[in-house]
Design a protein around this ligand. Sequence first.
Ligand code: HEM
Length: 562
Amino acid sequence: MAAEPDSFALFYFTAAAILFAGPIGYFFTRLYHARMLIRERQQRNLPVAPGHSFLFGHLLYLKSVIDALPEKAHYQYAFGDIARHHFSREGVFYMDLWPVSSLFLTVVSPQVANQTTQTNSSLGLDKPALLPRFFKPITDGENLFTMPEKEWKPWRTTFNKGFSHDHILSLVPRMAKETSVYCSRLRTCAEKGALIHLDPITLRFTMDLIGQTILNTSLGAQKGYNTLADCMLSQIRWHQPNAETNPFEYLNFARWYMHWWNSRQMNDYIGKELDKRYNEYKADAANTRSKAVIDIVLQAYMPENTKTAPANLDPEFRAFAIRQIRLFVFAGHDSTSSTICYTLHLLATNPEILTRIRVEHDAVFGKDLAATQSLLESQPHLTESLPYTTAIIKETLRLFTPAGSSKAGKPRVDLTDDVGNRCPTDDATVFFVHVEMHRSPKYWIRPDDFLPERWLVDPGHELYPMKGASRPFEHGPRNCIAQGLVMTEMRVVLAMVVRQFDFKPAYEEWDRLHPSKGLRTYRGERAYQIEEGAAHPVDKYPCRVYERGSSSSLDITTFTPV
Ligand code: HEM
């Protein structure tokens, strides 16, 4: 009997050993594998970031580069700085961020990016395994952006119908209507003379734009609370910034709660909308002609004869449809808002270019500013007669690219860097760093200058862009499905807003009100980008807005947040 406690102890010890040995063994096997991948690349003299250690990989090195950036700066700047300082010849480099993230093959070379998305068909189609983590709070699961190739392909074909040229033109009157509400809000700000943060005002506007274009409805987010818009905006505010580099942020339990709550609200809102439209379809098949994304999803589900449709939407399909709509609401408002803010910023700081865009607008829409909206509504094709405006949008997207791009590396698939190294992609996230590619002196003449002309010159001109060096919407089969929509929205917004308002960045004033000792510019730019879903201007772009031509007569020194 005396042996009994011993055998219990042995049992518990063995059980505990099995319980812990498994995960610990797994961890060390993965650690060894991750570190050996880098060692093997170092031995082959491939471009590997400096500062690698067996225990931490490149995590501490990356942290030291991020610490040298201004507060909250987007982590992509850190990747860009490493590329510029150490790998400008190769245009690519490896970085080992396991276990927080993965092995990265960072790409800033256009020709390597072209190989990835166009030449090497097996690389351009699948997204890396870490992407669903980013999207989890946004869409609550797999979506068009993250789907593996096989599932993605038929759905991409289906959703493409919502982005045809003719359909986009048919949406111009709705875009103009929401832009007029934005203009009214800007006018109120101008009348108050207050310092405003342009980004949140613009985010609510682009929510309304996406409501009109994707959901075929008015969300009214510019006028007040809307469950879908507000919960999505909150979801992004609570999104973990710089997730690839800061594991401690995962321990924020308030974030877990808010994500759960917002997610429930959004699912409920979209679910009810889907059910309502489903019932309308069943009652009248003619409703199924709409090309809005929400209707396209339902059309894919409906049988030929709508009368034979089941009484209720299949729950699995309903959950799938909700995820896709959440993706379109997110992708549809976030990057566009950032692009509007940066375009207005660049015009405010480049008065000659502002004058030229207004000359183009006068030529197309006439001198009567108030008539712009009705002209856009009655003649949507006028948006296609704005080459200089289009060049300004392209140049803004080059200088302040709002969205990134990443692909899943594949076994036995290599990429050849700018000096001829063959770089394996297996186990790696192939990560394009647009912020560096778009501003590298290796690929661009006068890279930091705002020069819309480079989009208007003929091939052979020194400013003519190098093939594949500009990729705000990415290239290849998984490029942005909505780039035509974005360009049209931007032309409508600029035609209406730039004709009526002047903007002045107010960072100096903001900094006086919020003194801080840290670095406040990135490569001389105060309105640098931070991660808030897409890349947005830091401090939400403090500025003042004036009715066109009245700015010099104003002398405003007080601060009234709007
Ligand atoms: C300035 C605005 C925008 C920019 C710069 C932008 C950029 C991008 C980029 C770079 C990708 C490819 C990502 C990758 O390769 O991993 C992408 C994909 C995507 N974008 Fe956009 N986007 C914008 C606006 C929009 C809008 C307005 C919508 C929806 C209405 C949208 C919906 C999507 C979707 C659904 C995908 C995934 C496509 C697929 O995998 O088939 N985007 N976007």
